[in-house]
Design a protein around this ligand. Structure first.
Ligand code: SF4
Ligand code: SF4
Length: 66
């Protein structure tokens, strides 16, 4: 089962830490407001989650409701 990162919009402070650590360029900060994940690229490695100071990222399993 593959996984992908998901951003909790209300928690994200748009610091950009996740963007710096993602090895695949799968996460970006949209209009300086919040992080967004390209789920087509993201492999769910969890590096962005580890770096997020706001606890705004969760790792979801594809095909499952979480
Ligand atoms: S889970 Fe990994 S691949 Fe996906 S956005 Fe985060 S750092 Fe990038
Ligand atoms: S590291 Fe967390 S708070 Fe910072 S931009 Fe990414 S999701 Fe938002």
């Amino acid at each position: 089962m593959r996984a992908f990162a998901s951003v909790i919009q209300d928690r994200c402070v748009a610091c950009g830490s996740c963007v710096k650590v993602c090895p695949l360029g799968a996460i970006s900060v949209w209009r300086g407001v919040m992080a967004v994940v390209d789920t087509g690229r993201c492999v769910g490695c969890g590096k962005c989650k580890q770096e997020c100071p706001a606890g705004a990222i969760t790792i979801e399993k594809r095909g499952e409701t979480a």
